[in-house]
Design a protein around this ligand. Structure first.
Ligand SMILES: [Fe+2]
Length: 369
């Protein structure tokens, strides 16, 4: 008699990946949804927002999300409105697409305007304020779908205005360890295996993660310098908005990187692929992407699931300069040793973060000029 608790997988081999196809949410659709959210009565928590979801999200039992691990939310506030405080163990990236406003996060105020980026750390209370005289709208990128899949997404509404006890903020346990940790660690064998006691399990080294702000004006002036790179440059003309708390995982949050690319007219990327998935928001110019041999047109104001993880893709600009915000779940992939990256389809993939990665021709071009 078979048991309810065993699934016989003898001889099983995995199916081919069934990638979610790219989808584009046009500027017109986003504008229409902003107008619709703005026309509704104010909800009791002040949070006028809609999730932007892929039609296939229910198939995998993940999400709702724009890809399996990323939730993108369109958030709107009318002049004079503010949201009630909230905190959660998901982390977020905020990107202002319309108007201006302020956020109170961990007791600090962030004043932002169009195309600014800022992050929310885990379990840090925040609220949004629109103290301007115009509607504002933000895109918010969250790792909530992954936590929901694990059934551990903790959300506290009306949370007290407080920040975490940080390394420098008076957490006694972190400031003054009760023991010398190295004395408590026991080597086992001579190949690096160690035994660690319970006191380290319940008191891992804390890393302070702050809300950081990348104003568009500052990012734009640095990007201008990349825009003039030689047209034969083989890398990407972008800056990653780096949060030092993410260490070697290169993130703005522990899950996501966020980059802003300047793409002068007529630039065509080489096809490549990576297990991190990419969501692009275009805010200047126009162009197209080819993803798994299918072509997608886009323009300023469009949001796209541009590359499902492991889908072969490249992007190209038409005549005008393109600016694009890209969010990928790359830091999580690096931590999990799961980031396969194939920069050139004629060469093998590499496991980034675990072996040497790729080089560009930036140095050659500098020497030649
Ligand atoms: Fe890519």
């Amino acid at each position: 008699m078979s048991s309810d608790y065993f699934m016989d997988r003898s001889g099983w081999t995995p199916d081919e990946l069934d990638l979610w196809e790219p989808i584009k949410i046009s500027k017109e659709e986003i504008d229409e949804e902003i107008d619709r959210l703005a026309s509704q009565p104010r909800p009791s928590n002040g949070r006028r927002h809609s999730l932007i979801v892929h039609p296939r999200w229910q198939e995998l039992g993940v999400g709702p999300g724009l890809n399996p691990g990323v939730r993108v939310t369109l958030e709107v506030l009318l002049p004079g409105e503010e949201t009630t405080p909230i905190r959660h163990n998901s982390t977020q990236i905020n990107f202002c697409i319309l108007g201006s406003g302020a956020t109170i996060v961990g007791g600090n105020r962030v004043n932002y305007t169009q195309y600014d980026t800022w992050n929310f750390p885990s379990m840090t209370t925040y609220r949004h304020i629109n103290d301007s005289d115009q509607i504002h709208a933000r895109l918010c990128y969250s790792n909530a779908p992954m936590l929901e899949k694990l059934n551990v997404h903790i959300v506290e509404d009306d949370a007290p205005e407080m920040s975490l006890r940080t390394v420098d903020g008076g957490c006694e346990a972190a400031d003054k360890p009760l023991y010398n940790r190295s004395d408590k660690i026991v080597p086992l064998g001579d190949e690096g295996a160690l035994l660690m006691p319970y006191e380290i399990l319940v008191n891992p080294e804390p890393v302070e993660n702050k809300s950081l702000h990348w104003p568009w004006a500052g990012v734009e002036s640095e990007l201008e310098k990349l825009g003039s790179l030689d047209k034969n440059y083989r890398g990407r003309r972008l800056y990653m908005m780096y949060n030092p708390a993410t260490g070697r995982h290169n993130g703005i949050t522990p899950n996501f990187f966020a980059t802003i690319t300047i793409r002068p007219g007529g630039i065509v990327d080489r096809p490549h692929r990576h297990t991190s998935s990419a969501i692009n928001y275009y805010f200047a110019g126009s162009g197209y992407s080819v993803v798994d041999k299918k072509r997608y047109e886009w323009k300023a104001g469009d949001l796209m699931l541009s590359a499902p993880g492991w889908g072969v893709h490249n992007h190209a600009s038409y005549d005008d300069t393109v600016y694009e915000l890209t969010v990928q779940d790359q830091p999580l992939m690096i931590y999990m040793e799961s980031l396969l990256w194939q920069e050139n389809l004629k060469e093998p993939w590499r496991l980034l973060g675990s072996e040497n990665g790729f080089e560009t021709n930036a140095d050659e071009l500098t020497k030649a000029s």
